[in-house]
Design a protein around this ligand. Structure first.
Ligand code: COA
Length: 339
């Protein structure tokens, strides 16, 4: 019989492309300004993959860093979950390609699609597998290269997105740290607000679809904004309540990095002071499923996320979906063989 046990994050890593696009670049390709982008989004620059750079490459780099931080080898992994909406190909799963790249011979592998909420959805899935005793070591990767599906003639979306990957290892813990609660949600009534329409069974890719850029991201920005402002606070409070904590117990808040105004309004709702909020949206833009693990990895490297800290992570995205988790942090940058 499997018994319920606690799971936690025992290793973390991240990977970003080298190429930087700053706001001045966007001034040169669409009718926008650095001032508009900074005041409306907080973004100053973002990383983008070059031709030939793909999701599995960044995912494998982040995964290797996470394995190193955990001090375990790829052969020990039981499962790989890749949260992505911009994998290498529609199929096979990017998780299977990552498995081959890192040499995780005995791991099962699948992708999970929940937009920018994907990382916390995948973390929740990994938590369930580990807590139930089904698996011992699960690699969770959040990776997106939305630059590959962005319409660079659409000023309302092209300034927002960047590419990257973040990865964690989820494994049983002794109970002193671990995943304390998770909250997942979806409202399919908002499915049309944020989408890539062409390339699926409803609208296969045609010349006409490409000419009208239906193979790129389309978003109703202000509707998504209003949803995000409401749900980030609601989901965080629900996750805290679920594990018997309150906003006063939070040491660090690591929200999905989409827009500084959304982050600040969520933080106000939780009554959190600025020093408890981690923000790196200015450097990377919205990296979708990668944004939370990249932010957690950076927070740990900078010493802002320490063993014993209570961290709240929360995301929202296509679906529309949302996801939050409260974690008692248990690792440091030099945890395993060091990152
Ligand atoms: N540069 C200059 N002007 C721009 C612009 C840009 N890059 N993008 C849009 N505008 C214009 C609009 O055309 C509009 O002009 P109009 O009033 O003449 O029609 C005006 O700015 C205001 O547009 P609006 O969409 O109301 O702005 P906003 O304050 O809502 O900010 C977003 C736009 C996209 C930054 C904001 O809605 C947002 O962040 N939404 C959530 C997006 C998100 O997080 N998506 C990912 C989910 S994971």
């Amino acid at each position: 019989m499997n018994s319920v046990r606690r799971a936690g994050i025992v290793g973390i890593g991240s990977a970003l492309p080298e190429k930087v696009l700053n706001n001045e670049y966007f001034e040169s390709i669409v009718d926008t300004s650095d001032e508009w982008i900074v005041t409306r989004t907080g973004i100053k620059e973002r990383r983008v993959a070059v031709d030939g750079e793909c999701a599995s490459q960044l995912a494998a780099r982040a995964a290797e860093q996470a394995l190193n931080n955990a001090g375990i080898s790829a052969e020990e992994l039981d499962l790989i979950i890749c949260a992505t909406i911009s994998g290498d190909m529609p199929f096979p799963a990017t998780a299977s390609i990552v498995q081959e790249k890192i040499g995780a011979k005995k791991a099962a592998a699948f992708d999970l699609s929940a937009g920018c909420s994907g990382f916390v959805y995948a973390l929740t899935t990994a938590n369930s597998f580990v807590c139930s005793g089904t698996y011992n070591k699960v690699l969770v990767v959040g990776v997106d290269l939305l630059s590959k599906v962005t319409d660079y003639t659409d000023r309302t979306t092209c300034i927002l997105f960047g590419d990257g990957a973040g990865a964690v290892i989820v494994a049983p813990t002794d109970g002193s740290h671990g995943i304390l609660s998770t909250v997942l949600g979806s409202d399919g009534a908002g499915a049309e607000l944020l989408k890539i329409e062409a390339g699926g069974s409803r609208m296969p890719i045609t010349v006409e679809a490409i000419e009208t850029r239906q193979h790129c991201i389309k978003m109703a920005g202000s509707e998504v904004f209003k949803f995000a402002v409401r749900i980030m606070g609601d989901a965080s409070l629900q996750a805290l309540e679920k594990c018997g904590l309150t906003p006063e117990d939070v040491d660090i808040f690591i929200p999905h990095q989409a827009n500084i105004r959304i982050i600040e309004s969520a933080a106000r709702r939780l009554n959190l002071p600025p020093e408890k909020i981690f923000v790196n949206v200015q450097k990377y833009g919205n990296t979708s499923a990668a944004s939370i693990p990249i932010a957690m990895s950076e927070a740990m490297q900078e010493g802002r996320l320490k063993p014993g800290d209570v961290v709240v992570m929360v995301g929202f995205g296509a679906g529309l979906t949302w996801a939050a988790s409260v974690v008692k942090w248990g690792i440091s940058a030099n945890n395993g063989n060091s990152v």
